[in-house]
Design a protein around this ligand. Structure first.
Ligand code: FMN
Length: 192
């Protein structure tokens, strides 16, 4: 790999950012590009060749229906005193600005050879591949663990069985705004 290519990869990693629907412009990403993001996710490292990542794609009416389901779930699971109509409405507003949502799921090793924490770790690596790839394509996105991610209701909504888990939702969109600047403490402070 040339010095320029290595610098490009270093810069891609540093400049990767989470971007939220309020930053999106409502434009749609081509399905072929979304499939390329998933293709790259499919090359994540994983223990025992289990390839435990599973994805469910939502766009258009299905994406709006998911947002309505999440808003209703929020209402159902929140005390009246804490519920705000603003937060309820935001589920729908966010969906309208978003191109695709990818439900991020994990399939446990059917033979039970691999500890679940390692299957979850492999899915997280797959998600990082999505993050890095969308940065290269100048797309926007973020991993959300809100919207009832771990609830039994969402498990059923996604049609998951007892060997599968929902780990969140990856929002994807396009934006006219630049990536925000990132913030990190030094790596030296994390050498323990
Ligand atoms: C496992 C995981 C769950 C996350 N869940 C949420 C979330 O529910 N809501 C949110 O706003 N951001 C969520 N994020 C994104 C983080 O807020 C974001 O990565 C962090 O602020 C660092 O910003 P950066 O990704 O731009 O570097 C999540 C990130 C990860 C890795």
């Amino acid at each position: 790999m040339s010095k320029e290519q290595i610098e490009a990869i270093n810069s891609l990693i540093v400049n990767r950012r989470s971007s939220y629907p309020k930053e999106y412009n409502g434009r749609q990403i081509e399905d072929a590009v979304v499939m390329q993001l998933l293709e790259n996710a499919n090359w994540a490292p994983n223990h025992g060749k289990t390839e435990p990542w599973r994805f469910k794609l939502f766009k258009g009416d299905a994406l709006l229906a998911l947002a309505r389901f999440q808003a209703d779930l929020y209402k159902k699971s929140t005390d009246d005193a804490l519920f705000t109509q603003n937060k309820y409405d935001r589920f729908i507003e966010k969906a309208k600005l978003t191109s695709h949502v990818i439900a991020i799921c994990m399939q446990k090793d059917p033979k039970g050879r691999i500890p679940e924490i390692e299957e979850i770790s492999a899915v997280a690596c797959a998600v990082q591949n999505i993050y890095l790839s969308l940065t290269a394509y100048d797309l926007r996105g973020y991993w959300s663990t809100g919207g009832g991610t771990y609830s039994a209701e969402m498990h059923n909504y996604l049609g998951l069985d007892q060997t599968q888990r929902c780990l969140g939702f990856f929002f994807l969109g396009m934006s006219d705004l630049p990536f925000r600047e990132g913030k990190r403490g030094s790596i030296e402070s994390k050498l323990i």
